[in-house]
Design a protein around this ligand. Structure first.
Ligand code: BMA
Length: 327
């Protein structure tokens, strides 16, 4: 089996075996969605959210759209990764002095463990959308860090370790609205505060399924062959944008180098909860749990900007699929 370097054993990963009729590298949980409409009183929709293993169970940072449509971040806990208890209040971010840091809106969070600290990255409002960062060690207190970038930017995704001494952050420079373009870039930092040495990683120049924009999904997973990057690839159709899940492998020592990029999507909107909702035909992956021992992977994705769903796969099969369908 392919060695998975960035992950730890996770025998209790949420899991279901591949159904006999599934040809692709990812398959859906038969009990989807894991978070239905109206999961908590203040938020009719929770989706595009991040989950990590924590102290023997699972914890998540959830995008919850409130009844005024404004998205905010809520914490959630689960013993099995399928059933979730979501806090009714939003996460209380504090600055270094301990004062609350109010957010106008917060959406599409990712969470990654780097050394002994969990980092949350999300789309925040700083005179327009850009990448907000915060840290926590215990998911009780949360320290707001400096925003990584100037506006406008989205889909900020940290790597789980420093590479050549630098923290690495993928992002997708954007406009203020429903951006019709977007490539994935890589930025480097010595301290998670000052970002530079920007590199271009991938353009939205793949096939028709991803010809409009692309954005990183979960934190990349390090394998002996390279970093597995799952991302959203967006098609522009006469019926609007369609968001699918794509995959690529980045060089371990220089992740701005793409080694293989799959010329087909890995998962595309098909089921009723993916094709019907507030924004139809959107799959938006934000988190992947992975068991380093077995290579099993559980992918959390937002479906149709309305519900949260799970898909499964095996890292070595996904990597092999990307390599054998590379352009
Ligand atoms: C993107 C983001 C995502 C959303 C997607 C589809 O620009 O706003 O949160 O899932 O559009 O609406």
């Amino acid at each position: 089996m392919l060695k998975i370097l960035s992950e730890r054993p996770l025998p209790d990963i949420p899991w279901q075996e591949r159904p006999a009729d599934c040809a692709g590298p990812l398959w859906r949980f038969s009990g989807n969605p894991v978070l239905e409409r109206n999961p908590i009183a203040c938020a009719p929709r929770i989706y595009n959210s991040a989950v990590v293993p924590f102290e023997g169970s699972f914890i998540g940072v959830f995008r919850a759209d409130h009844r005024d449509f404004m998205p905010h971040l809520h914490l959630g806990r689960s013993r099995d990764g399928f059933h979730w208890q979501i806090d009714p209040g939003t996460i209380d971010f504090r600055n270094a002095a301990g004062d609350p840091v109010p957010e106008n809106y917060s959406y599409d969070p990712r969470v990654v463990l780097i050394e002994d600290t969990y980092y949350i990255s999300w789309c925040t409002d700083f005179h327009g959308p850009t990448i907000g960062l915060a840290s926590t060690k215990d998911f009780c207190s949360f320290t707001r860090l400096e925003n990584a970038f100037l506006p406008f930017n989205r889909n900020g995704v940290l790597f789980p370790r420093r590479v050549n001494g630098s923290y690495l952050l993928l992002s997708r420079p954007s406009d203020q609205g429903h951006t019709p373009f977007g490539d994935i870039f890589l930025s480097q930092s010595p301290d998670l505060c000052h970002w530079g040495r920007h590199r271009h990683v991938m353009a939205a120049d793949g096939g028709w399924w991803e010809d409009s924009k692309i954005g990183a999904g979960p934190a990349p997973i390090e394998t002996e062959l390279g970093w597995l990057l799952l991302y959203h690839g967006v098609a522009n159709t006469c019926n609007g944008l369609v968001y699918s899940v794509g995959g690529a492998i980045l060089d371990r020592d220089d992740p701005s180098r793409v080694l293989w990029r799959c010329n087909e999507y890995l998962l595309t909107p098909e089921t009723i909860y993916e094709t019907v909702g507030l924004v139809p035909n959107v799959l938006f992956p934000c988190a992947a749990l992975c068991d380093s021992e077995s290579g099993r992977l559980a992918l959390y994705y937002g479906a149709a900007d309305t519900v949260t769903a799970l898909a499964f796969g095996r890292v070595d099969e996904i990597v092999e699929y990307i390599r054998s369908h590379a352009r």
